[in-house]
Design a protein around this ligand. Structure first.
Ligand code: FES
Length: 70
């Protein structure tokens, strides 16, 4: 199973990362604009890594992180 989207918003990471790149958003700005990470928070670690590396599909489970980095 690959992890490739915010399930709560049903938005693929590829689309979310494209929005972040186009609009110069960091994780907090992307969450505010698209809602990703603001519900269960499961996707936060994936989005944080994706913003750093460009990855939009993950084959591993990442530990849950909060939007403020804790
Ligand atoms: S999966 Fe993104 S907030 Fe729940």
């Amino acid at each position: 199973m690959r992890v490739d989207r915010c399930l709560c918003e049903d938005k693929p990471f590829a689309m979310l990362l494209a929005v972040a790149r186009r609009e110069g958003l960091d994780l907090g700005g992307l969450a505010e604009r698209e809602g990703c990470g603001t519900h269960c928070g499961w996707c936060v670690a994936y989005l944080r890594r994706g913003l750093r590396t460009g990855e939009s599909s993950f084959g591993e489970l990442l530990p849950k992180e909060s939007l403020d980095g804790a």
